[in-house]
Design a protein around this ligand. Structure first.
Ligand code: ASP
Length: 333
């Protein structure tokens, strides 16, 4: 059977060329331009349909765009696509891929890629990343993996992947795991399979939901948080270490947690929020006892995407807690 791949372009460095401002790059290239850079495509047994979906720098991707993208991906899958490739800016790949992972069901591979070097730079990585992404999307071994990010011949699960360097071509890592696969001699080698999570519904309020995020910082008692938090539908607190904040912040967080979902993640970049190790005011145990929701292994950015999806779908506090329990891989003992 011929593989039917649908490719959707959103912009990003992979599609950027110098604009007017002293040679600085802006998103200009379309899908045909990107595909022209990979003549090897002719040797693959695939039928490829390309959509110029958006031409954005990825910081400008929002939940309205993502909802539209997910709808289009589902339509393509229903119409017979056997694999999906999304190209976009790398700045927000860790969030968009997680959104697609959690809101699109089924086994069809969804592969997101981009580039760290734009096409006018020596050793631009976009063409190799795109070719690798297409190979993964067309590989039956990728079925059932959920959404993955393919960069530098590594395959990362959307739930683990982070952009952890601002310029390196090796910017993408999975700090709580490892790449789940590699491309070796043009072949997908699968090293592990993430546990599947049931898809969540995309509620009509996705574009209008607002989830705030605060990073705990030395000496910040968060006096500014309350007026700001009033305008949000939920909050993510990126606590110190295993989920800690300055003690002076506790009454504010306790009050906010009575009014809206407040999720506790760790600002460290890897590891889980603790549950029963520290007992001082502002510790993880103190905050969880006051109604904050444990994000487990989810980093603050993925926790924010998950909370956004859940709140937009009208999930109750109990449903939100359950979803974080499952998605944050919290072990019950
Ligand atoms: N700022 C760019 C973007 O995210 C970076 C990239 O594409 O890699 O669109």
């Amino acid at each position: 059977m011929k593989h039917r791949i649908s490719m959707l372009t959103l912009g990003g460095t992979i599609a950027m060329t110098p604009g007017a401002a002293q040679g600085a790059v802006v998103p200009k290239l379309d899908a045909a331009d990107l595909l022209r850079a990979i003549p090897e495509l002719d040797r693959l047994d695939i039928e490829l349909t390309a959509f110029d979906f958006r031409r954005l720098p990825s910081p400008d991707i929002g939940f309205a765009v993502l909802a539209e993208l997910a709808d289009l991906i589902e339509r393509e899958i229903q119409a017979g696509a056997t694999g999906i490739v999304v190209t976009q800016g790398t700045d927000t790949i860790e969030e968009t891929s997680y959104f697609l992972d959690r809101t699109i069901g089924g086994d069809t591979p969804i592969v997101v890629t981009g580039a760290m070097r734009h096409p006018s730079q020596a050793s631009a990585d976009g063409p190799a990343n795109l070719l690798a992404a297409i190979r993964v999307a067309a590989d039956p071994k990728a079925r059932g993996l959920g959404c993955v990010v393919v960069m530098s011949d590594e395959i990362h699960a959307a739930r683990y992947v982070r952009k952890s360097h601002s310029t390196s071509t090796a910017a993408f890592t999975s700090p709580n795991a490892a790449p789940i696969g590699l491309i070796v001699e043009q072949e997908l080698v699968l090293l592990s399979r993430p546990r599947p999570c049931p898809p969540l519904s995309r509620g009509p309020k996705l574009p209008d939901t607002s989830i705030g995020m605060m990073h705990a910082a030395l000496g910040d008692n968060g006096e500014w948080l309350k007026p700001f938090a009033e305008h949000t539908d939920g909050l993510v607190i990126a606590g110190f270490g295993g989920g800690h904040v300055p003690s002076r912040l506790v009454p504010t967080l306790a009050e906010l947690a009575r009014a809206k979902p407040v999720v506790l993640a760790s600002r460290t970049g890897s590891g889980a929020v603790l549950r029963r190790t520290y007992g001082y005011p502002g510790s993880e145990q103190d905050l969880l006892s006051r109604g904050l929701i444990n994000a487990g292994f989810l980093d603050p950015f993925k926790a924010r995407v998950l909370l956004h999806v859940l709140v937009a779908a009208g999930a109750s506090h109990a449903e939100i807690t359950r979803a974080f329990h499952e998605s944050g891989e919290i072990q019950v003992s």
